[in-house]
Design a protein around this ligand. Structure first.
Ligand code: ADP
Ligand code: MG
Length: 256
């Protein structure tokens, strides 16, 4: 099951060459248990920093992040993270990569768990392969299996499909929804792909340029089965697009 998040008054600056650069400004957001929240915003507006703060990999300067009422003070097994690059160890088989976070379990238990999640991401046949022997899409599936194997209640996804070709991306978006239905994690994803956001999200968080603030939160009321070519779908895409380009140009891909 998923967990709920409460993000309150989060501010974050970095020191860059002796100067303070403000990256996140007064971020406040409540996320429900099992919700799928997608964050969109221009490059450099602090999206990855916000995910890292939730993951406990960066500390916020002020404010709080609570998961089921407990303040985040560092990384924990209740959270898993998936990045744009798969970050699999090239010298380990796919199976061994998926078993990485399963310390303290017997060999048999580890095998059962990795088999279960590799089957979920349709990679069972490739469990003995090495990352260099499989495609980018398959590597990303393996990274998803690895993140899920520890059964995190909250899954943080930082542009996970950003480096994939368009068709593989669509395939993995569909897979991700099936996984979500089955595992019921709370998911928070960052993307610059507006169509991806409208296809996946229960709510879309639109961020301003740096320092990142929350400009708007849009509830996507398109049900569970979404038609990418539908007119309601297009209205949501246009609405998000307008936050960034204000009708100046009409980009065919709606990518920011
Ligand atoms: N560890 C760091 N030290 C200094 N500056 C950083 C660090 N991490 C991120 N930044 C800066 O913070 C800003 C936001 O970064 P990031 O959260 O990665 O943006 P986004 O993911 O929205 O593209 C950028 O200007 C980036 O250069
Ligand atoms: Mg980023």
């Amino acid at each position: 099951m998923g967990k709920e998040l409460k993000i309150r008054d989060v501010n974050k600056s970095f020191d860059v060459n002796g100067e303070k650069v403000k990256v996140l400004s007064d971020i406040g957001l409540d996320i429900e248990e099992g919700e799928f929240v997608v964050i969109v915003g221009h490059s450099g507006c602090g999206k990855s920093t916000l995910l890292k703060i939730i993951a406990g990999l960066e500390m916020n300067d002020t404010g709080t992040v609570q998961i089921d009422g407990k303040e985040v003070k560092g990384p924990g097994i209740d959270r898993g993270m998936i990045f744009q690059e798969h970050r699999l160890f090239p010298w380990m088989s796919i199976e061994k990569n998926v078993q990485l976070g399963l310390n303290g379990k017997s060999k048999k238990e580890k095998e059962n768990i990795s088999d279960q999640y590799l089957s979920l991401v349709k990679l069972s046949e490739f469990k003995k392969a090495y990352p260099g022997q499989i495609s980018g899409g398959m590597s990303q599936r393996a990274a998803i299996a690895r993140a899920l194997a520890t059964q995190p209640e909250v899954l943080l996804l930082d542009e996970p499909f950003g480096a994939l070709d368009a068709l593989t991306k669509i395939e993995l978006q569909e897979e991700l929804l099936k996984i979500k239905k089955r595992c019921k994690n709370t998911m928070i994803m960052v993307t610059h792909d507006i169509e991806e956001a409208v296809f996946l999200a229960d709510r879309i968080v639109v961020m301003s340029s740096r320092p990142g603030t929350i400009k708007d939160i849009i509830k996507v009321e398109l049900g569970h089965t979404r038609d990418r070519g539908g007119s309601d779908f297009a209205k949501y895409k246009k609405k998000i697009y307008n936050y960034f380009f204000e009708d100046k140009i009409v980009a065919p891909e709606y990518n920011i």
